[in-house]
Design a protein around this ligand. Sequence first.
Ligand SMILES: [Zn+2]
Length: 154
Amino acid sequence: MAQYDVYIDEAAVRKAERQFRDAAKSGNEAMGLLLGNVFRNKDAEFVYAKEYITAPNDSTSVSVRFTRQAFSELSGKIRGRGIIVAWAHSHPGYGCFMSSTDLATQHRYFPEKFHFALVMDPTRREGSAMLKRAFRLKDGGYEDVSFAVVRKRG
Ligand SMILES: [Zn+2]
């Protein structure tokens, strides 16, 4: 049985952290997508997010979305590399939670049980790592998803 709901590759997390830290320098949010796979067995289902991809963002200090042109770029990057398991975005300076806009995004684009949202605050730390939380939809609201950042073996 899987110990966590979600496993995220460390290199993917670092890539998102770099983008989020850079955007935070100009006070802006940033976003991208996590690609991976869903694994199921009798008692458990867990998600492995193995890759982070992004494309040009339209962002402010409190909002972010992909530009219109970003979508064709993203679909090229996704092809053959797993499915979209999550989106990741930053909340520079205001902590990790799902805003009403985030929840609307989750309902519209990431409604599956395996879909999650990774939210990071590049201005805050938890131990030696950037503060981050993962969430998924639950009963009209959302719930925390347990996750571990893992290093690729071999
Ligand atoms: Zn948000």
